[in-house]
Ligand binder design. Structure first.
Ligand SMILES: [Zn+2]
Length: 394
């Protein structure tokens, strides 16, 4: 039986097997290019309740093969968050602040506007010693460990505040990762972590949110439990609502003494995961039947967006034979082929010649809004569905 990546207890025997799948960051130049696949499985710890990947793909497989893939995170809440941090932590122009990755830069800039100018963004090359041309968070997360962060602290000094937005969930070993963050903090310093809240994903059975790059799928309970395990005091835990996954932000203080706090795992968390796991085969059959019926009505099915959600949705449900192609306005992706599905990525101008098409939207809320506005005339008269079960207005 597999053990939990945080508490080493056994995982519950109900494991969701989502298929033998290639990584979602592979954009091939030809259908003859080679690729490898790996079983995508997710389980839940019987003790701490963390939903997590079972035997994740190797770092070698998920390392990006191109240097133009970037993940954009929601930012609507950042003004509110910056204000909250300055007030709650009593930050001043003398406060030293560090951001762990490029994803933290937009929050750091907001501190500057408020007069807190003593901030740094940890540099992947000079601070973390990464020399590769193509790398992503899979490489960065491995460097956030006590030894490497001690090195950074010796060069840059320690910090009052360390920020890590959307990286903890990528950590192969979350315990090592968070102890690495601690090595950068002054005594009583503050660690700010932001992760997706997976409550809605689990409740609505949106399996396509599971992918090889996220090892952990936190909820408010499991994130709080994880922080307490590492001797942090949880000063604040906020949920910032979003259309799909909400955002969880915790403000943690490096505590001197261990404050034992027992948080009981509600059996509903295990029940919810078992239902999520059991729903996969049912959802897959339902989707295949639905799409087969649409094809029988002479409809042409087109996926909008070629990010990991679309790729996982098609591949894990075996829907490749029903889709004609994928639309994405990122020029770097045009004419590229997706592994397993062999679907080609085309610019949205391709929609001009479509009259009997159905669009399946896989975009983030912000991209979806801008796509619908920008292509209003092209998509006028076409049927539009969302690939997500979470209700959000499409
Ligand atoms: Zn556990």
């Amino acid at each position: 039986m597999q053990k939990c990546i945080i508490c080493e207890s056994f995982l519950n025997k109900s494991i969701a097997n989502l298929g033998n799948l290639p990584p979602s960051n592979l954009y091939l130049r030809s259908v003859f290019d080679g690729w490898v696949s790996h079983p995508l499985q997710v389980g839940i710890c019987s003790c701490c309740g963390l939903v997590q990947l079972v035997e994740p793909m190797s770092l070698e497989i998920i390392e990006p093969k191109v240097n133009w893939i970037k993940y954009e995170e929601p930012e609507d809440h950042l003004d509110t968050l910056a204000h909250r941090l300055i007030e709650l932590l009593n930050l001043s122009p003398n406060s030293r602040i560090a951001g762990l990755t490029y994803k933290d830069e937009t929050l750091l800039e907001r501190f500057k506007v408020k007069g807190c100018k003593d901030y740094v963004s940890i540099d992947p090359r000079s601070d973390l010693g990464i020399s590769k041309t193509c790398f992503g968070l899979e490489t960065v997360q491995e460097k956030i460990n006590p030894a490497q962060m001690d090195f950074v602290a010796r060069n840059r000094g320690k910090f009052d505040v360390v920020i890590g937005r959307h990286i903890l969930e990528h950590a192969r070993d979350p315990n090592v990762f968070v102890e690495g963050c601690k090595a950068l903090l002054k005594p009583n310093g503050f660690l700010i972590l932001e992760v997706p809240d997976n409550e809605k994903v689990l409740a609505h059975g949106d399996h396509c949110f599971v992918w090889e790059e996220h090892c952990s799928y936190f909820t408010p309970l499991t994130l709080r439990r994880f922080a307490l395990r590492h001797n942090f005091e949880v000063l604040d835990l906020q949920i910032y609502p979003q259309s799909f996954e909400d955002l969880l932000v915790v403000i943690l203080q490096n505590a001197d003494k261990h404050k034992y706090c027992k948080l009981g795992l509600e059996s509903t968390a295990i029940d919810q995961f078992v239902a999520f796991s059991n729903a996969f085969d049912r959802n897959k059959k339902r989707l295949q039947t639905k799409l087969r019926n649409l094809i029988a009505q002479d409809k042409k099915l087109i996926m909008v967006g070629s990010g990991h959600l679309a790729i996982k949705f098609i591949n894990m449900h075996d829907l490749q034979s029903y889709f004609s192609y994928i639309i994405d306005d990122n020029q770097l992706k045009h004419r590229r082929i997706l592994p397993k599905s062999n679907l080609e990525i085309k610019p949205s101008v391709a929609l001009l010649s479509e009259t009997n098409a159905i669009l399946f939207l896989s975009l983030s809320p912000a991209s979806q809004k801008s796509f619908l506005q920008k292509h209003k005339e092209q998509i006028d008269g076409l049927e539009i569905y969302s690939i997500f079960n979470i209700p959000h207005g499409i």
